[in-house]
Design a protein around this ligand. Sequence first.
Ligand SMILES: Cc1cc2nc3c(=O)[nH]c(=O)nc-3n(C[C@H](O)[C@H](O)[C@H](O)COP(=O)(O)OP(=O)(O)OC[C@H]3O[C@@H](n4cnc5c(N)ncnc54)[C@H](O)[C@@H]3O)c2cc1C
Length: 406
Amino acid sequence: MTERVGVVGGGIVGIALARLLTGRGDDVTIFEKESHLAQHQTGHNSGVVHAGLYYKPGSLKATLCASGRVKIREFCEEKRLPYREVGKLVVAVDASELAALAEIERRSIENRVPDLARIDDIVRLREIEPHTAGVAAVHSPRTAAVDYSTITEAMAQDVRAAGGRILLSHEVTGMAEENGRVRVTTPVFDDVFDRVIVCAGLHSDAVARFVGADPAPKILPFRGEYWEMTPESASLVRGMIYPVPDPRFPFLGVHFTRGVYDAVHVGPNAVPALSREGYRWLRISARDTWESLSWPGAWPLAKQHWRMGVDEISGSLIKPLYYRKARRFLPELKISDLSHRAAAGVRAQAWGRAGELIDDFAVDQVGAVTLLRNAPSPAATSSIAIAEYVAEHYLAPTPRSRLHRR
Ligand SMILES: Cc1cc2nc3c(=O)[nH]c(=O)nc-3n(C[C@H](O)[C@H](O)[C@H](O)COP(=O)(O)OP(=O)(O)OC[C@H]3O[C@@H](n4cnc5c(N)ncnc54)[C@H](O)[C@@H]3O)c2cc1C
């Protein structure tokens, strides 16, 4: 039987889900509050198709990133969209980083990252990235660069072609249960659906409140700022060069990324944003800031990570500090090589009540509403696989009540 399905959010995850559901014959309506698709995380990211190096083996991130990478590559091939396997090197700059590098290598092997190689030989390191400095590295040649906005638009074309409706400039302002179905309200629209799926990124906790879902996890927005390298200095970087990440944080550390259109970006850092859509320091929302500060988990989080916070904020405000971090593994880099700030992104990272990081993808079910509560990186890479996972586990013809978090 054809189901009437509402999807809240026109980022890559919402559109991938809508594409799958229209493909199986459902009657799908997408609500997106902006006037274009992919205006938030999907259109403001590093454009990396991750190969699955970092994620806890067995987690949703690990499994859906691995299958999602292949599906995104096939989708790009089918639609003739650019997909460049520029490869990625994770570099240990000194001996103190070797243990963390070994853990990444171990996870990568368990996650079956294709063609992964450990590099202990400086000559080999320099063959891959001639200008980098380090004592060891892991190399993932299958890590690729794409344009997630273009991919989302191509998926949306499939949705429209299959009869799906995409309602832009339609912010969902309310949802209510009605005889086992769901009434969705926007300022200009009101209708009832058999089921609704919420993929609202930075607003996923706020939209979850409409249906009385648990306020946890809470989204605390973290801005990631980039610098673009001058075209002359971009030749210092062939593919992607990453530091060994600090295992205590969910973010990967400032890295160099050669994008699908050849520009090289440095970043992103991770600074607390003062608004859910705080793309600049001066974009402040009193409401969002108050919500973040009054979240019980915010204080243990701040207490635990204040040093890192001060460091990231200083680097955001003072270019030489940002530059110093980047130069650690690219010693020839000059400060003038960082030509201008590129568009920043804001990450929707979910945290628990005690300030604990919700690391894995997380989904809640409330009646006929399925809520994606945590879809941070690598959710763009994993988007098609996330859609398949959600459809299989949560969108069976008879709604099941289920909560899945790892
Ligand atoms: C700086 C940065 C770098 C990243 N780098 C990578 C990377 O290299 N590779 C990777 O795989 N991932 C990366 N990510 C993560 C990736 O971008 C996200 O995981 C992914 O885009 C999430 O997609 P989404 O559709 O869930 O969210 P979004 O793209 O944020 O979409 C959510 C949509 O919901 C809409 N919405 C919200 N509330 C409402 C409402 N009430 N009514 C209607 N619409 C609403 C929003 O307007 C938005 O368009 C990065 C993220 C950031 C911020």
